[in-house]
Design a protein around this ligand. Structure first.
Ligand code: SF4
Ligand code: SF4
Length: 131
């Protein structure tokens, strides 16, 4: 029980990432999306078909290429030619919160797009733990 309480207090006091900056409305995050099945990134059209069979919402995306690791990159159908979201007021919660500096996003290797106007910063400086 004591260990559980210690763990809980340490977790509460640990540094967290916070989001800073602003959106430059470049649309890059809506056209370079990587999907995962479990912890594995989607790399083939067959895997994408699997996803679409699993959840019809994946039909809102199309393949626009591959990154250097052969992960498929997807673009959202709702992205207009001038980088605006055509369903802005009805977009998913994920889109509303993006980029969300959750620990799982960062520990799973999630990165912001090159040139994104946002950046992540720890809410506590290293010095605050040793002073
Ligand atoms: S990549 Fe960053 S700056 Fe560009 S649209 Fe997405 S959130 Fe905004
Ligand atoms: S719904 Fe809008 S904000 Fe969400 S990925 Fe598509 S274009 Fe981007």
């Amino acid at each position: 029980m004591i260990n559980y309480i210690k763990f809980f207090i340490q977790k509460k006091q640990s540094a967290k990432y916070i989001r800073k900056g602003h959106c430059k409305q470049c649309g890059s995050c809506c056209r370079n999306i990587v999907f995962y099945i479990g912890k594995e990134p989607v790399k083939t059209k067959q895997q994408f078909e699997q996803l679409k069979n699993f959840d019809k919402h994946y039909k809102n995306f199309y393949i626009n290429g591959k990154d250097t690791d052969n992960k498929l990159l997807f673009t959202c159908n709702a992205l207009s030619k001038n980088n605006k979201c055509k369903i802005y007021h009805f977009r998913a919660m994920f889109c509303r919160l993006y980029p969300n500096p959750k620990q799982s996003f960062i520990s799973n290797g999630g990165k912001l797009q090159d040139g994104c106007g946002y950046y992540f910063e720890p809410d506590k400086k290293f010095n605050s733990f040793i002073n």
